[in-house]
Design a protein around this ligand. Structure first.
Ligand code: SAH
Length: 245
């Protein structure tokens, strides 16, 4: 079982999406153990203050270190030693498929959510084992980032997605973008599905899909082709695509 702990001042915001969909079902089936912690529970003052003014001045408020350290102490005691403590942060390493693979291979991951101007740097330096960003934009809090990462990690845990084969075929997993998908009806408002998909020829369908995956990766994300594990058949398909065939 994969264990996750999320620390946030808005636990309700984190819990709601965990109730539905693939992740919700996996929690229900006992494949994932997700615990959400209210950061304010780890304050010691009457007003349960989690933020304070920045040293050196400047706008906004900074999240205090003590509640994060206390929350992680609690997690260590009650839930066991985590393998990774991830601080969500726009200046962290860019979260990508390889990180989802790496983190899904660990037993226990903690995700820390910041708010306001961010979190006292001592949390990053002395509590977190890494800092992760989900993209080059600033969110108002780490909750959505933590949920994005949890979702991507969780679907790689064996059994979480019903068909493990489908996970291997997804974009990025095989080093390529996914091939285009179609379903019924075969003709919709005069728009036809590629004929090969209706042909019943499994080898031809597989070849067409591989070619489409290669073609769209080449067009949209050419740098991915450099690190993809390509076979001789793939190189031939690529030559065909490059030749405009
Ligand atoms: N002043 C900070 C932004 C703080 S945003 C800066 O300019 O870098 C408040 C919190 O939202 C952050 O502490 C972090 O937890 C979260 N957050 C914002 N954008 C994020 C992103 N792209 N990826 C991950 N977390 C993010």
């Amino acid at each position: 079982m994969s264990k996750f702990d999320i620390v946030s001042i808005f636990p309700g915001m984190v819990k709601a999406p965990l109730a539905e969909g693939v992740v919700g079902r996996a929690i229900g089936r006992g494949l994932l153990d997700v615990s959400v912690h209210d950061l304010r529970e780890f304050t010691t003052d009457r007003h349960r203050v989690v933020d304070d003014m920045p040293f050196g001045g400047g706008p906004g408020m900074v999240m205090k270190p003590e509640p994060f350290f206390a929350a992680v102490d609690h997690i260590r005691r009650e839930r066991g030693m985590p393998d990774a403590i991830v601080l969500t942060s726009p200046d962290g390493d860019r979260f990508a498929h390889r990180d989802a693979v790496r983190l899904s291979g660990l037993g226990h991951v903690v995700l820390l959510c910041g708010r306001y101007e961010g979190v006292d740097e001592r949390v990053r330096e002395h509590l977190a084992t890494e800092a992760m960003s989900i993209g080059d934009y600033v969110l108002s809090g780490g909750e959505l980032a933590a949920l994005v990462m949890l979702d991507a990690i969780a679907r790689l845990v064996p059994g979480v997605v019903g068909d493990d084969e489908s996970v291997k075929l997804d974009s990025f997993a095989g080093g390529l973008l996914d091939y285009p998908q179609y379903t019924r009806p075969a003709v919709f408002q005069g728009l036809e599905v590629p004929a090969v998909l209706l042909s019943g020829h499994h080898a031809e369908i597989a070849r067409w899909r591989r070619r489409e995956a290669l073609a769209r990766t080449r067009a949209r994300r050419p740098e991915m082709l450099e690190s993809a594990a390509l076979g001789a058949d793939d190189r031939e398909l690529l030559r065909e695509i490059e030749g405009g065939g």
